[in-house]
Design a protein around this ligand. Structure first.
Ligand SMILES: [Zn+2]
Length: 272
């Protein structure tokens, strides 16, 4: 999730709303108690709304153990644009001090607008709105969860990054990712750490435990959160356990499905 700086947000929002005003007349608008969707055409708006609602309900049950909220002051708005050449998604959320603003911009093929690109951004919305009142999830947790929805191409980039950590025995410090306030769209290393840490934690417990751990770590400190939620002594022990898990995963992947080396990370447009 790319969190835009406030002036940029206001400008982007203004541009979006102006654009929405025009595109709505020629395009599509659909809404229910969970989302408002503005799209290139009415059929796409209806389809995106149905898909976002189904995805949102599933993700909310999986990660938070509850249905999507339906009593929102302001429903999040999803702006969907068809494109044959782009695959981009951005989410902006402001839920501080009782505010309730959420915007998603997705630009992609019809397949991905109704698939992985939409799912990634809807996951950000679900986690942020679902945790409102309990705290704000750290960047690694929300990106780790959302990235589990990504397409195969992005998964392969992260697998190659994880393999480079293992082969060179050069592992990034988990402290740095746990404390990272945001993850840049081209920061493949941080996406890899966030996603693989989330996957490792899911091998130890369910999704709601990852959420509780992430909220607790931000409030109480990571060493205490690790003790309370995963029965480990401190973050260093988590680091060792994650590396052991990752080494095993890389070796298994190398034996079973060698990762293609002809895919360039530079040609992949990742989303936030
Ligand atoms: Zn994201």
């Amino acid at each position: 999730m790319r969190l835009l700086a406030r002036p940029a947000v206001l400008i982007a929002l203004a541009v979006c709303l102006l654009h929405n005003t025009n595109s709505t007349m020629a395009g599509g608008l659909a809404s229910n108690e969970h989302f408002v969707v503005l799209a290139t055409d009415q059929a796409l708006a209806d389809a995106v709304l149905a898909k976002a609602t189904a995805l949102g309900q599933q993700l909310s049950r999986d990660w938070l153990g509850k249905p999507l909220p339906s009593n929102l002051i302001r429903r999040p708005c999803i702006h969907a644009t068809l494109s044959d050449s782009e695959d981009q998604g951005t989410t902006w959320i402001d839920l501080a001090n009782g505010r309730q603003y959420g915007m998603v911009w997705v630009t992609s093929s019809r397949e991905r607008l109704l698939g992985s690109t939409l799912a990634h951004e809807v996951c950000h919305l679900v986690l942020a709105y679902g945790c409102q009142g309990e705290g704000e999830l750290p960047a690694w947790a929300t990106e780790g969860a959302a990235s589990l929805q990504d397409n195969r191409e992005l998964v392969e980039i992260r697998e190659r990054t994880l393999r480079s950590f293992a082969q060179n025995d050069r592992w990034p410090s988990l402290y740095s990712i746990l404390e990272k306030p945001s993850i840049g769209v081209t920061d493949h290393s941080s996406y890899c750490i966030a996603t693989s840490l989330t996957e490792y934690l899911l091998s130890c417990g369910d999704k709601s435990r990852v959420v509780r751990f992430a909220l607790a770590g931000k409030q109480k400190g990571w060493d205490q959160a690790v003790v309370e939620h995963y029965k480990l002594q401190n973050v260093q022990e988590l680091q060792n356990a994650w590396q052991t898990w990752a080494n095993r995963r890389v070796r298994t992947a190398e034996r079973e499905t060698p990762i293609r080396s002809d895919l360039s990370t530079g040609t992949t447009k990742r989303r936030s």
